[in-house]
Unconditional design. Sequence first.
Lengths: 177, 735
Amino acid sequence: MSGVDVRPPELPPSELVTHPGCAECLDTVGWLLSVDRAHRRTGDVTAYGLSWVFDHFRWGPTRWPAAWCDLPTAEFVDCGVLAHLCAVVLGARGVACDRLQLVEPATAAQTRLWRGRWESAGSGTDWILTDHFVYHESLTLHTASGPRDFDTTELREIDPHDEVVWIRRWPGDWVGV
Amino acid sequence: MPASPVVVVSGVHSGPNPSPGVGVARSLRLAWPGASLHAVDYSTESTGLSSVEFDRVHVLPPWHTVELSASAADLAALVADLAAVLVPGLDLEAELLSEPAAGDHRLLLPPPGAFATIRKPATLAAEVLGLRVPRFEVVADAAAASAFAESTGWRVWVKGSRYEAVGVRDRLRLVDALESVRATWGDTEVLVQEHVEGDEESLVFAALEGRLLGACRMGKTMVTPEGKTWAGRVREPTGAELDRLADFVERTAWTGGGEVEMVREAATGERHLIEVNPRFPAWVHGATIAGVNLPARLVAAATGLPPEVEEKAERAAFVRVVHEIPARFESGSTPRGHRQGRSVAAKHPSAMPALSRRRSAERRDAAPEPVDRPYDPAVTDEADTPLRLLREDVLTESVAAVEGVLAAVELATGVPGRFAYSVKTNPDGRVLDAVERAGGLAEVISQGEAARAVGAGFHPDRLVLNGPAKWWRFTGNRAAYGAVFADSVVDLERTLDLVERGVVTAATLGVRVAPPGARSRFGVDLSDRSEFLALVRVLRRCRVPVTGVHFHHAASRTGARAWVREATSAVDLARTAFERGGHDHDLLDLGGGWPSGFPVHEYAAAVSEVVASVPAGALRGVVVEPGKFLVERCMSVLATVLEVRRSRGHAAAVVDASVAELPDWLSHVHPVLWRHGDRWFRLGAGSGRVHGRLCMEHDVLHEAVGLPDRLERGDRLLFLNAGAYDASMSYRFGV
């Protein structure tokens, strides 16, 4: 039980859907995994070799429900898309990972500006839980040196000093921090 | 016994490329507020002399005005007179002092043997520290440096033996950097080292007589345009790092401060040694802020005086700021005759270049070396010059080398291969005839080149049509090719239209794929999601098989290792797109760009690795496209010396050839042979130049070459390696 006055959402982690019979959905997954293989040969192994994702996408609003075939034209994707996309990439590499749901504090100025940006893009703002708390998605990677909580939006390990107030390792229960 | 130490700190310049003295002084002042701190430098242009941390400053005579051993003795005497210890901040000064300092416990610097251990590339130090050393070569001339860069791939670093590292990406800048490092530091031989992409890290440490007193790790978080630290984050070293470092300082009997500079390779995570500095780094006070005051630990251990103020960790991160303080010396107070010029003074106010040059051997031009006769004297003696000459024996050897590559690839992978000569490289009829007779294919990039190849005897099914302008001046009449590779999705749609209407037939239709992640105007960039999906859409609806994949990125620029990574990735992306589009990929065409003289076994190994990345049994063949590799060495340009100019040790020869006959003089080295008497000699490195005949400043055919004293008007010079783009791009000008 967290000591703060905010309840975490009951929704499962975000998932990009695959439209039945949609070749472009499968083409996009094929491109994603192939580009990841290319970057693993030529690119940066820091940040679990995921930094290339940000050569193609930037963090921003996503209109849900979203499908794989929406990605080719998407410039901005939210933390749920980034976490799902990275989970698929890491899974193809043989790296086991769990989805991670978090509730984190934010300032009133941040939530006001984010709400405005999401609304102007026509995207839902239910991830902004209150003026001072937001919902966030990430991953737990099971590496040779043990499990690592990794923020796939900021490309950094989740620091013990991060001000997380609720955490859920899907499909477990929410735990107050 | 004083409670606070007296410390002489040398090397105190504080500029964009600072010395460590001011940081050392601030750390010492923090530990002993009452310490007596003396600054030493060799010019009043050293801005740190004005720092409030120093109680007294000593400006010693510049290095170029004194006898070196006497200057070192004077500094040691100053330290002794003050009953002080010296913390040196200048690499060369420390090295100079190390010999006479043996046994002088006041001079806190490493022993002479340690300097030998850390002399670049410091392979022994790297081994002890558990670090890799980037590939390197010690070179005496631009030809060797260029050959190294072509084999490893640009970018490379040109490094002086003690100071300075210049990153270069092309041959022209490589030659400039070589000359600059030599002229500035007096090095006769210079280190050329491959660039490692990654984040830079440092280990700073202090040691006394082989005992490690402490260490910190620092990652740069902001750097200046020159790559110098502007902000950083300090961390504790790992246990393994400390063990390695302790072993290193014990083996070298290290005394003083030190810094291990490294780069963590982004692609592998491995750490490579850049250099080991025999002094504290300029950011050492950043470690003090993080709670590890290494200058104080060193001085405390050396003097037996414990710090009055204990170490205290304020923050792990530090930043630099610029602020103005009252100047102790007026600008321009250095005697006019001792000034180094405004830019030199700003970069090296402690005059390390002058000291380095004083300690280096005098540089002399290399003597010309005799070589076997390159051509029949009947040709070279009677010819009107300038004249391009063919060596058919060299061409035959090159064709055999390519055949050797293909045989080795087939042996390694089981996939048979053919070669397609890139006609644009040199469309000389004699070259085309040799390729045709050897059973090679002709790679052409226009209808004109296709017609020329057919005219030279190539059957159309031996043509590989490539490039963005393949249908330029296409007549629309029925045409056949061995293979056609589309350069873009639009080009593929146009080509498919011609094929589906029966106008064009090709045994193989394919797509050129751009190197992923590298800028190229050629081919389809399949790492771009929209291009990938566009290609898949076209493939999915076309009615004829598309089975070929073509990749080209000059290995002479990328290096073989990067070429393999890029080619393998490009082929992987292409195969995924073909699979999604419903086509089977079965022919791989790997473009040229391999340097002439590149080892056959390395060329074959690179091609084999790419072929082997394709699932077994999927490929029916592989095509390689040598251009420069095949013809660059088979032609030379013969020239006659028109004039020899000599003044104050510099020499220049003017010849009747020019950049019009050698238009590709920038991209690769053209060794020069000199005919003297009945013999030919290869000119070595030196300070001379060879000028072309044109009234154009850039018409300089060779720089940094040793011109023999006996070179005179009427002598013949032969510029080698002029058989590739020097031939096809030459023009008539100034005749």
